[in-house]
Design a binder for this molecule. Structure first.
Ligand SMILES: Cc1cc2nc3c(=O)[nH]c(=O)nc-3n(C[C@H](O)[C@H](O)[C@H](O)COP(=O)(O)OP(=O)(O)OC[C@H]3O[C@@H](n4cnc5c(N)ncnc54)[C@H](O)[C@@H]3O)c2cc1C
Length: 396
């Protein structure tokens, strides 16, 4: 196959590995640079829905990812004693509820995508883009550590806080959704089951436990509040803060906080937000995945947008050959899809994280109604992620 041109992909997450796969498969010469010293396989349960299911099927990964799923059987809202208030079993349709049919650990997905790149894509770990200068024919890139290089195109897939996005596009609008989320992995206990258990704990807080397929349990602590810079503090200080915020919450909170205090390895805390970049391309540089259009973890669509966007970007580049035409087609196909994915239910995180005790009781009632047969039909139509709302082209 003739080489179409050279592409530097920056960021070996979901979007970066997927873009590298589709580009290399179509004859592009791809270098994948990742800031971390190795592939980052941390992360928790993520959903692959709708059009993204088609993308992983076209990669030959669907059966493997279904078999390597977390085994989550559905979502249960619980009270402070762990008793089920309402449950939403996982359906076979991707749009059925919080638990998608394809739920995998992020690490499993990224490792599976990366395994497709062996012998196709040059990896450069422990390095990052320091400067970008482009002209009509190409992009000159300086790296923090390695020698500089010239590429035909640069694809930025560095996630929410992308540095290269800032270098090329300046500051883009980040929509803060008023919530912190902390993730960690805790030892599994006999009491843990295969449900995603979700405690709305009042005062805008939530405690969640989710099953995995590697013998541990995934924990999530979320709380509403303004940005305080907590996300930039050391993990030890972040856990100490969480201990204060969740001090009076029972159920799984003490167990989670105890485990997080002992082990920070897989601990991660950040603000919940969205990326609203007015343009996704500039000259010979394109943004994809969270760096371009993060819809936030509460949308359930981040990974699906990353997989779909990488596929469309690479497909259009290959189908059109002229990168400017490809950028136009990428925006035209993906913008409406992204707009729908970024439209959260009214109130955003506030809707399912009531502040007062009365609010928690109201939420319990609403969840019970929503979990009924009629309720599920209505809520599926109102709140289901718009995972299928794109006509995915079949590229050669
Ligand atoms: C370690 C980790 C854990 C996560 N855990 C969860 C989770 O539990 N639940 C959830 O919903 N979402 C999680 N996410 C986010 C989720 O992966 C994304 O929302 C979604 O899959 C879109 O992926 P992405 O490839 O655009 O971004 P990401 O998956 O964030 O990948 C971005 C990649 O770019 C790399 N990178 C960043 N800056 C640079 C740079 N300057 N140069 C080179 N490389 C760079 C990062 O190290 C990372 O490998 C996690 C992301 C990471 C990186």
């Amino acid at each position: 196959m003739p080489v179409r041109g050279s592409v530097l992909v920056s960021g070996a997450g979901v979007a970066g590995t997927a873009a590298a796969y589709w580009l290399s498969r179509s004859g592009w010469d791809v270098v994948l640079v990742e800031r971390a010293a190795a592939l980052r396989t941390a992360g928790q349960n993520i959903d692959v829905r709708g059009a993204a299911r088609t993308v992983v099927r076209r990669m030959g990964l669907e059966a493997h990812l279904l078999a390597a799923g977390t085994g989550e059987v559905g979502t249960r809202f619980v009270d402070r004693r762990g008793r089920t208030v309402a449950e939403f079993p996982a359906g076979t349709a991707d749009t059925d509820g919080p638990t998608a049919e394809m739920e995998v650990l992020r690490g499993e997905l990224v490792a599976s995508l990366d395994a497709l790149l062996r012998d196709r894509v040059a990896h450069r770990y422990g390095d990052s883009v320091r400067a970008v200068v482009q002209d009509a024919e190409g992009v000159d890139v300086e790296f923090a550590h390695g020698p500089p290089g010239r590429f035909d195109l640069l694809v930025v897939a560095e996630g929410f806080h992308s540095h290269t996005r800032r270098l090329v596009f300046g500051d883009v609008r980040l929509r803060d959704l008023g919530q912190y989320m902390a993730y960690g992995t805790v030892p599994r206990t006999a009491e843990d089951d295969h449900w995603w258990r979700w405690l709305p704990a009042g005062r805008g807080r939530a405690v969640m436990l989710r099953p995995d397929n590697v013998g541990t349990t995934r924990a999530l602590l979320a709380f509403l509040g303004p940005p305080t810079g907590l996300e930039r503090r050391a993990p030890r200080e972040q856990v100490a803060h969480l201990r204060e915020v969740f001090a009076d919450v029972g159920w799984a909170a003490p167990r989670i906080l105890g485990a997080l205090a002992a082990d920070h390895d897989d601990f991660y805390l950040d603000r919940v937000g969205q990326v609203h970049a007015p343009r996704w391309t500039h000259g010979r540089v394109a943004l994809t995945g969270d760096a371009a259009y993060c819809p936030s973890p509460i949308s359930g669509m981040g990974t699906s947008l990353a997989l779909t966007g990488a596929y469309v970007l690479a497909g259009e580049l290959t189908a059109r050959q002229d990168h400017a035409a490809a950028w136009g087609a990428y925006e035209a196909l993906m913008r409406p899809y992204v707009r729908r994915a970024q439209q959260l239910p009214p109130g955003g995180p506030r809707l399912v994280n009531p502040v007062s005790g009365v609010g928690v009781s109201v939420l319990h009632t609403v969840m019970r109604l929503a979990a009924s047969r009629v309720g599920r039909a209505v809520t599926a139509r109102l709140f289901a992620p718009p995972a299928d709302s794109i006509a995915l082209p079949a590229y050669p």
